[in-house]
Design a protein around this ligand. Structure first.
Ligand code: AMP
Ligand code: MG
Length: 359
């Protein structure tokens, strides 16, 4: 007689284990789907800080909370560094110029140290001690007017970054009337504040814009890079002439179109030439500088604007990465951006694009 193959009888233990396994599998799959949905969900935020619009978009389960923290941190940062906020470190330093030094937050002392080191590389184009002149012109302070030449001449000797003394966290301005304005570097430097918060919150993909100075962290969740627009200086807000891709970097943009006033039919811009005390006369319309350190990017954007096209092109040939629009409609673009660079359709006749080897 043949043995009939009968399926083995399965005890209740088998069914319990199988059930638990099934439940675990369902839970894991659901978890993965939920995690992926969280990772690929984009959150956005918009606020006003540092006298400009601040917008963010970020991905990840903690993105909303991170952006909220960034908004709070930027408000604190501005309260600490603005020359217009009553209790800021900068107001305290400026108020005691010619007197004893002032103890400031370690972060303030660090940024001042970095700014002074950088401005030493600007050949006199960049100075955080430009404040007596920016105040006299009143462009950011809300009372714009052309000062007397005699007033400019009195103020010019007060512009001297080498004279700024930083001893630990104690900052001294040796001459009465000297003052600091971090407007040329602060927005870029603020990107590092945001970068730290994104990292702390495990946000791997984010884009932050502080008045057109843009920080990009990582790539989008699908692996594609963020595409950044280069603004049309003559067009309305939000219009772009070209775009390119960027990752883990800051682009700081300087241009006369950003802030200016008109008097007797003449236009006066917010970037002052520390040599003359007058608004910089540049053959650059707009220049964006890319760097992993936002403070460095911001320092160079202002510096290149004052240097003008020739100096800026040298910077690019020496390895600096930038996009520069000059007053003849030529758009100079660092070679390293060529791969992703796109001039907007229909603008081929209006702009002449030149790729610059070096950076
Ligand atoms: P940005 O938009 O980065 O070029 O910075 C311009 C701001 O920097 C101005 O609004 C002033 O607050 C300040 N600033 C103006 N001229 C200079 C200069 N030559 N060096 C450093 N900061 C400047
Ligand atoms: Mg700048």
């Amino acid at each position: 007689m043949e043995n009939e193959a009968r399926p083995p009888r399965r005890g209740y233990k088998y069914w319990i284990v199988a059930g638990v396994c099934l439940l675990l599998t369902v839970a894991i799959v659901a978890g993965i789907l939920f995690y992926n949905a969280q990772q690929s969900r984009q959150y956005t935020s918009a606020t006003f800080a540092m006298d400009t619009m601040v917008t963010q978009s970020a991905y990840g389960p903690h993105a909303a909370q991170a952006m909220q923290q960034v908004n709070v941190a930027l408000a604190e940062y501005e309260n600490r560094l603005s020359m217009f906020k009553l209790h800021s470190d900068i107001v305290a330093i400026n108020a005691s110029a010619g007197g004893p030094g002032v103890e400031v937050a370690p972060e303030t002392a660090d940024l001042l140290r970095q700014a002074v080191l950088l401005s030493a590389q600007s050949k006199g184009a960049f100075a955080i001690t430009i404040a007596p002149l920016t105040k006299a012109w009143g462009i950011t302070g809300g009372n714009p007017h052309v000062p007397q030449q005699s007033e400019i001449e009195v103020l010019l000797p007060l512009v001297d970054d080498e004279a700024v003394q930083i001893d630990g966290n104690v900052v001294t301005l040796p001459e009465k009337g000297m003052a600091i304005d971090l407007g040329g570097i602060a927005k870029g430097a603020a990107c590092a504040v945001a970068a730290e918060i994104y990292t702390d919150n495990k946000v791997e993909s984010a884009l932050l814009s502080i008045g057109g100075n843009i920080y990009v962290k990582g790539t989008k969740p699908d692996g594609s890079q963020y595409r950044i627009g280069f603004r049309d200086p003559t067009g309305p807000d939000g219009s772009y002439i070209a775009s390119f891709c960027m990752e883990d970097s800051v682009i700081a943009v300087s241009g006369g179109y950003e802030r200016f006033f008109e008097q007797d039919g003449k236009t006066y811009i917010h970037i002052i030439n520390p040599q003359t005390g007058w608004p910089a006369e540049s053959d650059i319309v707009s220049v964006g500088v890319l760097h992993a350190d936002g403070a460095v990017a911001d320092f160079y954007s202002t510096t290149l604007f004052v240097w003008g096209r020739e100096g800026a092109l040298q910077f690019m040939q020496n390895g600096g990465v930038a996009i520069l629009l000059d007053d003849t409609g030529t758009l100079y673009v660092s070679e390293s951006l060529r791969g992703s660079f796109k001039l907007n359709e229909g603008l081929e006749e209006s702009y002449n694009v030149v790729f610059v080897p070096g950076g």
